[in-house]
Design a protein around this ligand. Structure first.
Ligand SMILES: Cc1cc2nc3c(=O)[nH]c(=O)nc-3n(C[C@H](O)[C@H](O)[C@H](O)COP(=O)(O)O)c2cc1C
Length: 216
């Protein structure tokens, strides 16, 4: 299987980076092809703006939606966006791994979605190419998330609330919106201060999860 691993953590010595290394080795050992978008190390531009387009459809007013629709048809997205779109076309399975920041993705990864899941590429209002007809239909996706808070904070009656409900703006309104098949998120709760022993246990648990993702 072709797997695109999209990763956002600014520190190569972090727990998240150890998880990413474990994942790449495990997936490759299981005969998958893996490509990685390591967003911080790539210095990926996190904001959608005028520089995303080599040519403008409308130079009077910047309408991101209109410019995305046009750039897809005319091949005028900036090079960094085209590179990421090619990786998505190649991939059967996308894995997004990140530490939770204010109950969402780090901004650099949100920016990757804003810029790369472009109108006309990932979804289109024309003929309602969303949800069951989304343009990324047939691809699978999974998030891998570490949290500083303990699991009870993210339970239904915890201080933050049910984390799967909170993340529906990603799992449903983003991933299912573009047509993808969403696998259950893999969480590591209370990851801010773990003993070396717990780190090893979590890496083992992640290997077990990865070994089974294709049968889920
Ligand atoms: C800007 C920022 C925002 C954060 N927001 C949250 C949050 O909303 N919920 C939470 O549980 N942890 C939050 N954290 C904690 C991180 O998720 C946690 O430190 C990380 O998952 C640990 O993984 P690491 O050791 O690989 O960095 C935040 C950390 C930072 C730096």
């Amino acid at each position: 299987m072709n797997i695109l691993y999209i990763f956002a953590h600014p520190e190569p010595k972090s727990f998240n980076s150890a998880m990413r290394e474990t994942a790449i080795k495990t997936l490759e050992d299981n005969s998958n092809n893996v490509r990685v978008s390591d967003l911080y190390s790539m210095g990926f531009k996190a904001v959608l703006d005028q520089d995303d387009f080599l040519q403008r459809k409308n130079t009077d007013i910047f309408n991101p939606f209109l410019e995305q629709m046009t750039a897809g048809k005319e091949g005028t997205f900036s090079e960094d966006i085209i590179t990421e779109m090619e990786k998505i076309k190649w991939a059967d399975f996308l894995i997004f791994q990140f530490p939770i920041f204010f109950t969402g993705m780090p901004a650099i990864m949100k920016g990757w979605i804003d810029r790369v899941f472009a109108a006309g590429f990932a979804f289109s209002p024309v003929k309602q190419r969303v949800y069951e007809n989304g343009l990324l239909k047939g691809k699978k996706v999974m998030m891998v998330i570490s949290t500083g808070a303990e699991e009870e904070w993210y339970s239904a009656d915890g201080k933050h609330g049910d984390i799967n409900e909170l993340l529906k703006y990603i799992t449903h309104c983003t991933f299912e919106y573009v047509g993808m098949d969403v696998h259950d998120t893999h969480f590591v709760f209370g990851a801010g201060k773990m003993s070396a022993e717990r780190v090893n246990e979590e890496l083992k648990r992640y290997v077990q999860r990865l070994d089974s993702i294709f049968t889920q």
